[in-house]
Design a protein around this ligand. Structure first.
Ligand code: LLP
Length: 386
């Protein structure tokens, strides 16, 4: 055992693989549930896009969370895990007809609609099957977030949501359509947000929108604020369960909720991020002219975040306590972006050592790909090794 990792048991399986600490996952779920329960109108839908591993979804379903889906595949995964359709919200900037039909067939709670053409198609398909679709408008609030530019979503220039200047028109359209019931408004400003002022800005914007809806005598039942709460990638052990208390309290303080309104959240990363690590073995230690490389059997096909977003994942040598040396930690893929970290201090590295890339439970396994004909990494729960 080094830290939380059962290294001896790791020798029985093939690397690289994802390792999920289910004690931490369950503790995180319990915390999010307890903190949300302080407010009698808060509802949490786990954003499946962060991690759709069936065993992980099973644990999330046991905790009673709903699901936020962005594709027909995710709706299927949620249903297969046993998450009730009445707790499924379905966003997605371009939903295919079959995906909409799937949602209608199962009477999902709500379609988060991202454009007027989509609204018309949902109405047509709902009419064809004799159902009324419950919809929320995903509104692009034009609120920035202090996060990487590739993962901001709430600016006017982004493709997501309905721009505020078209909101009136979209409402008129919704009210005119026979098989549409407008039940809510939905927002998501970005991901890996640690600065609460971004969420405050979102609340202020939602308050303004509610005021202008009220002038039209419209009050929706549901407000969905999306996801976005970040995690501490630099120090995975410092506060492994994100601060849901402050997050919900900030929203409660700044969002003006009208009588009877329900508030929904779609956290992904904050639920599963810290419980997962990518476990890899060192294949070679190679001396360069000015540096040395620790060459892993994991590459960006297993964890693409560093290559795609210049993301930092803490790297630990699980097999050595020898004095630290400095390495560039790289993978085996034939691309120069296949680098997990440059000038990283690790306990002296040897061929065969186990290395953990921490905080990889969200957007890790699910974003793996088969480039270079590589096998997809497997995911194991901590209890699979006991
Ligand atoms: N709701 C909506 C509508 C979203 O688009 C997202 C994430 C979430 C909820 C969940 O956000 P979270 O709580 O996980 O921040 N692959 C990127 C992150 C992309 C996030 C996309 N949308 C990464 O690895 O950082």
């Amino acid at each position: 055992m080094k830290g939380i990792f059962p290294i001896e048991a790791f020798k029985t399986v093939r690397t690289p693989f994802y390792y999920y600490d289910t004690t931490l996952l369950r503790k995180t779920l319990q915390t999010v549930n307890n903190e949300a329960a302080r407010y009698n109108n808060y509802h949490v839908h786990y954003a499946i896009k962060a991690n759709a591993n069936a065993k992980i979804l099973g644990i999330i379903r046991e905790a009673g969370l709903g699901a936020d889906c962005v594709s027909g595949g995710e709706v299927k995964a949620a249903l297969k895990a046993g998450i009730p359709a009445s707790q499924i919200v379905f966003a997605g900037v371009a939903k295919a007809d079959w995906e909409i039909e799937l949602g209608l067939e199962h009477d999902i709670f709500c379609f988060n609609v991202e454009s007027m053409p989509e609204l018309e198609v949902i109405n047509q398909l709902a009419t064809a099957c004799g159902k009324t679709a419950q919809v929320a408008f995903r509104i692009n609030p034009n609120v920035g977030a202090h996060t990487h530019s590739n993962i901001t979503t709430g600016l006017a220039e982004n493709k997501f949501g309905i721009n505020m200047e078209f909101l009136d028109e979209a409402i008129d359209l919704a009210l005119s359509l026979s098989h549409i019931r407008l039940i809510g408004i939905h927002f998501h400003i970005g991901s890996q947000i640690l600065d609460m002022s971004d969420f405050i800005a979102l609340c202020n914007r939602v308050n303004d929108i509610q005021d202008s809806l009220a002038q039209r005598n419209i009050q929706v039942e549901h407000i969905n604020l999306g996801g976005g709460l970040g995690i501490d990638y630099k120090h995975p052990n410092r506060q492994p369960v994100p601060d849901f208390e402050t997050y919900f309290a900030t929203i409660a303080q700044h969002l003006k909720v009208r009588p009877g309104q329900q508030v929904h959240f779609e956290p992904g990363r904050s639920i599963v991020g810290q419980c997962g690590s990518l476990i890899s073995r060192v294949l070679y230690v190679k001396q360069g002219v000015t540096k040395q490389f620790a060459m892993l059997d994991a590459g960006f096909t297993d964890l693409i975040r560093p290559a795609l977003y210049q993301a930092y994942h803490k790297i630990e040598n699980l097999s050595s306590d020898e004095p630290a040396e400095t390495y560039d930690v790289v993978g085996p893929i034939c691309e120069s972006t296949d680098v997990f970290g440059k000038a990283i201090d690790l306990n002296r590295v040897h061929r065969g050592d186990f290395v953990a890339l921490r905080s990889a439970g969200a957007y890790g396994e699910i974003m793996a790909c088969g480039y270079n004909c590589r096998e997809l990494p497997k995911g194991y729960l901590s209890e699979d090794f006991s």
